[in-house]
Design a protein around this ligand. Structure first.
Ligand SMILES: Cc1cc2nc3c(=O)[nH]c(=O)nc-3n(C[C@H](O)[C@H](O)[C@H](O)COP(=O)(O)OP(=O)(O)OC[C@H]3O[C@@H](n4cnc5c(N)ncnc54)[C@H](O)[C@@H]3O)c2cc1C
Length: 416
């Protein structure tokens, strides 16, 4: 390995992706400075559905969506919400998203994501070793459930696509579902069990563990927002909102959905937006379920966490406002109570901002303006899963190695 001890890399954003990049860069011997105005992992990375989704190669983009869209848009019982004013003022992302719902585009996305998620463990496991964080994961598998034949038939093509990518699962009948998850109140006619899948018991604690490990290894954690990146001849300067400048050999932009809001980095030219998502959580109710269970057609997961039973999912296209949509919170609460016997109201409501590109592929690699600016964002619904492998690939690039996975399809150039 080359001696990188005199090379400084700045990482902007301490979500799960930025933290994973920071640890992998430390593994390669770089000095790393990580900057984020918020607590590590406290953004979108804290409130997700917690699964290491090695089955997660099927995007939201789907030819089916055109048929389902009116129902999704206009039903009160829908896990989807769209603010027409926001979409009309930013039409580009939505148009591109719909263009990426064509069958040949979806098939390509599935192929590319399938290959990437298959490498998820090779990026995650070394970080769990490094941060001694294996205790924050459980390996009880993952289950999809379907109310009736209609729901199951609708998912048939997606499930076949998973199989085609080498994802293994077992089909379950109602008795087997009940045996595995006896507290399910609602009858489900079909289920799929993905054995061996892990889930994180507390994603915020995982991020904090990573941050502790990072600092223990000599990493500097700054609590500042990066305002601007200036690329010099063979290095970069990062202007922070307190006026300080970081001089670094390279910078990695890993600010999730907010990556397009930093001056000097041409991320504003990329089609990055946010698919907002919600969770409601019932404290001390996690014993009701053994593993994450996704009621797929209802658009959410029930996940047992260390803090409670979490119902996470939904998609809302409505921009970056922090205002919670009460309809989606009510929707998740209602569905949670249909699924399990749950007392009272949830103890926690949460909104997160998935960093999403219209082609559901992350952006990993050099920026369009400089090889000293690296991009690591846009992981949409599977950022917890892909953070480790992203960090690994970024560290290989920074180290001058040929990346161990083909990252050309994830280049920011595809948007130019
Ligand atoms: C409801 C829901 C369920 C999900 N379930 C799953 C799941 O089961 N499995 C899975 O793999 N994924 C899941 N995801 C997706 C996953 O949570 C995200 O893809 C992932 O958290 C994105 O991580 P990130 O580090 O890119 O972004 P973030 O977690 O948003 O982190 C970005 C960080 O950058 C910081 N930042 C922003 N601007 C600046 C700046 N200018 N300077 C410095 N710092 C800045 C922010 O403060 C933040 O800390 C889910 C998401 C949602 C919403």
């Amino acid at each position: 390995m080359s001696d990188n001890s005199d090379k400084i890399i700045a990482v902007v954003g301490a979500g799960i992706v930025g933290l994973s990049c920071a640890l992998w860069l430390q593994k390669k011997g770089f000095q790393v400075i990580l900057t984020d105005p918020e607590d590590p992992g406290s953004g979108t990375s804290s409130g997700n559905a917690c699964t290491i989704a090695e089955y997660g190669c099927v995007p939201v983009n789907s030819p089916e969506l055109f048929r389902r869209l009116p129902g999704l848009l206009f039903s009160k019982n829908s896990p989807f919400s769209l603010d027409p004013l926001y979409v009309l003022s930013n039409p580009g992302w939505m148009i591109d998203f719909l263009l990426n719902c064509r069958p040949h585009k979806v098939a390509r996305i599935i192929r590319l994501l399938g290959k990437l998620v298959a490498k998820a463990r090779s990026g995650l496991d070394p970080l769990l070793d490094m941060a001694q964080a294996h205790d924050l994961l459980s390996q009880q598998g993952f289950m999809h459930v379907y109310r009736d034949d209609r729901e199951f038939d609708r998912a048939r093509a997606a499930n076949q696509a998973r199989r085609d990518q080498g994802v293994e699962f077992i089909e379950l009948n109602p008795g087997e579902i009940q045996e595995l998850e006896p507290n399910l109140k609602l009858a489900f006619q079909h289920g799929l069990l993905f054995e061996g899948i892990k889930h994180v018991l507390d994603p915020l604690a995982l991020c904090q563990r990573y941050a502790d490990c990072f600092q223990h290894n000599g990493g500097r954690l700054l609590r500042q927002r990066a305002v601007e990146v200036r690329h010099l001849q063979q290095s970069v300067q990062i202007l922070l909102d307190n006026g300080d400048l970081i001089d670094a050999n390279r910078v990695v932009i890993a600010a999730g959905a907010f990556s397009k809001m930093i001056d000097g980095v041409p991320t504003n030219l990329l089609k990055l937006d946010t698919e907002r998502g919600y969770h409601v959580q019932f404290s001390n109710m996690q014993h009701l379920v053994t593993r994450p269970v996704s009621w797929q057609q209802a658009g959410f997961y029930a996940t047992p966490t260390n803090l409670g039973l979490r119902f996470a999912g939904t998609v809302e296209i409505a921009g970056y406002s922090k205002q919670i949509n009460p309809r989606l919170v009510r929707y998740l609460t209602r569905k949670a109570k249909e699924m399990f016997d749950l007392p009272g109201q949830p103890d926690q409501e949460w909104l997160g901002f998935r960093p999403s590109t219209p082609d559901a592929l992350p952006v990993i690699g050099y920026s369009t303006v400089s090889e000293y600016i690296l991009f690591a964002f846009g992981h949409q619904h599977i950022g917890l899963t892909l953070a480790g492998i992203t960090g690994k690939l970024i560290s290989e690039l920074a180290n001058g190695e040929e990346p161990s996975h083909n990252i050309k399809p994830f280049s920011s150039r595809r948007f130019l």
